[in-house]
Every structure is written in structure tokens, then in C-alpha cells.
Design a protein. Structure first.
Ligand SMILES: [Zn+2]
Length: 162
């Protein structure tokens, strides 16, 4: 292989199997698990890329489109999520009539992650901060309005009373 930038033949071709032990970040967004697709570094089980040992150029097509990590939720996505799991003024996490509490919380978190990674991470923190005991209505915090909920997410704030 010849470097597309400086024509050097000293191009390192790398393949590494890390499976789901991949950690990565872009700015203050971070993720872990399998190797992310579409970034020019392999994907799935494998980290794979070629780098010129003379000029440092990573070989391949750039710029790349936005990765999953960088996607954000629309107001409509958030509103639908909120309507599925919260009700204004109702205790967060108090799950009377909601069946198995643990699997319900798992559903809430999973459904947030399905929207995008950023929203999933925020919901995790939001629940950690505001979730009361599922068996005791006196604990926990009341759900804010949908407008405030969206605003809190956009401001990366998880403190309802703050
Ligand atoms: Zn080069």
C-alpha cells in the first residue's frame, strides 16, 4: 500500500480484534462496546485501519458522516418517550400497576438508548438523580412538564429542582 498523501510505502496496516471491549469518545460524548461502524476504523469485533508511518495520514475517505455517537434526539422523539414513561406531577420511578419494577426501568433506559446514545446517557443520569423507591410514593421527585423536560435535556441538566 502507498500513502495517498505522501506516496510513502511505509503504511502500517492494522487489524485488532477487541470485540465488545472498545472505548471511544468524540469531544465530551463517549461510548463503549463493539467497535463503532462508519468511522473508518473497522467496526463490530475489529479495529482496522491503515496509517502512514512517515506522515501520519490515516488512509481512507474523510470527512465521515455523523456517527451514531453524535446523533441527537428531536423534540418529537423526546415528547413521544416522555408520554410513554412519565406523567407531569407524578412521582418518577414509582411504579404502581407497572408490573416488574426492574424490567420496567430497563425498558425506560433501553427505549432512551434506542433514540440515541446521548439521550440514553442523559436518562440514566436523570433517573439516578430523581428516581425514588418504586414502593414508596414519598420518595423521588415529581415529573416536570414536557417543556421543562426537553429544556433540561437540551441544557444537559438532570436536577429537576435546580
Ligand atoms: Zn504518508
Amino acid at each position: 500500500m502507498i500513502c495517498t498523501d505522501c506516496n510513502s510505502r511505509r503504511v502500517l496496516e492494522l487489524t485488532a480484534k477487541c470485540s465488545d471491549c472498545c472505548g471511544y469518545s468524540i469531544g465530551n460524548l463517549s461510548g463503549d462496546g463493539y467497535v463503532p461502524q462508519g468511522l473508518g476504523i473497522g467496526g463490530g469485533d475489529y479495529v482496522e485501519f491503515n496509517i502512514c508511518l512517515d506522515c501520519g495520514q490515516v488512509q481512507g475517505q474523510f470527512p465521515r458522516p455523523k456517527s451514531d455517537l453524535e446523533q441527537d434526539a428531536s423534540d418529537e422523539d423526546i415528547e413521544e418517550f416522555y408520554n410513554n414513561y412519565f406523567e407531569e406531577g407524578e412521582r418518577i420511578g414509582f411504579s404502581q400497576n407497572r408490573g416488574n419494577v426492574r424490567s420496567h426501568l430497563y425498558d425506560v433506559k433501553q427505549s432512551a438508548k434506542d433514540i440515541c446514545q446521548r439521550f440514553g446517557t442523559w436518562i440514566e443520569e436523570f433517573l439516578n438523580e430523581n428516581n425514588g423507591s418504586p414502593y414508596d410514593k414519598e420518595t423521588g421527585v415529581n415529573a416536570p412538564s414536557i417543556e421543562k423536560f426537553i429544556q433540561m435535556y437540551r441544557n444537559n441538566n438532570t436536577d429537576i429542582d435546580g
